[in-house]
Design a protein around this ligand. Structure first.
Ligand code: GLP
Length: 241
């Protein structure tokens, strides 16, 4: 894992955008794996800005999101489909039919999981996966204890993850209890991974990632075995301020 230290959230977002744009320009048919949460919002804003200023095109880009809450419709402001449209897709020239997000439809979640994994494979997988990290080391919604070989599956969210994400909802009880997420095995198949870490609430997670052992109790630790990971971390996360 390479680690790039930056001063703050804005610089993290800027550096991340530079890397993503460079990869898109090198391969206009790139397949991007996308994350939600507060961390990548600045990156998406930079991509939008670059698209407006420099006309980087997404005409041939395909995207796969990591996860989605179960039970929220796509037009629910807290669904990850809504999030992606609002922060990125509505402002770039991507074809919406090339943007894939796991379905949060309650009806047949096991089948939805299988279908998403099949789709990922049939489209040739992800070239560049963008990741954030939960303070308990989760990636996507893969909570501690998730098998490293896991593929797209349904998860019950831990109380700490629901609490951390409650800030986007009116109250904690509105936060869904379950989600569908790409598995750790699915994430590990991507050719390159860009992990963004910002803020002092992520300091312990970053420390554990860098110094701790590889264990299913800390899902992100599996990234240490991936051959092409870049971490961009700000000073609040590294503790060097
Ligand atoms: C959420 C998402 C993850 C995200 C993580 C951190 O639960 N499912 O993909 O990386 O939590 O979120 P944030 O960036 O808001 O700290």
């Amino acid at each position: 894992m390479r680690i790039l230290n930056v001063a703050n959230y804005d610089e993290m977002s800027q550096k991340a955008a530079e890397l993503v744009i460079e990869r898109i320009r090198r391969n206009p048919h790139i397949s991007l794996g996308l994350a939600t949460g507060g961390t990548p919002v600045g990156l998406y804003a930079q991509l939008v800005r670059d698209h407006q200023l420099n006309h980087t095109t997404y005409q041939h880009v395909t995207t796969f999101n990591l996860d989605e809450y179960l039970g929220l419709s796509s037009d629910d402001p807290n669904s990850y489909r809504y999030f992606m449209d609002k922060h990125l897709f509505d402002h770039i020239d991507i074809q919406k039919t090339n943007t894939y997000i796991p379905s949060g439809d309650f009806k047949n979640p096991e089948q939805q999981s299988k279908d998403y994994e099949d789709l990922l494979r049939s489209k040739g997988g992800v070239d560049l996966q963008i990741l954030g990290i939960g303070s308990n080391g989760h990636i996507g919604f893969n909570e501690p204890g998730t098998p490293f070989q896991s593929e797209t599956h349904i998860v019950e969210l831990t109380p700490s993850t629901r609490e951390a994400n409650a800030r986007f909802f009116n109250s904690l009880h509105e936060v869904p209890t379950h989600a569908i997420t790409m598995g750790i095995g699915s994430i590990m198949r991507s050719k390159e991974i860009l992990l963004l870490i910002s803020g002092d609430q992520k300091r312990d997670a970053l420390m554990q990632l860098l110094r701790g052992e590889i264990t299913e109790n800390f899902p992100a630790s599996m990234l240490k075995t991936h051959p092409n990971v870049t971490i961009i971390a700000d000073e609040a996360a590294t503790g060097s301020h």
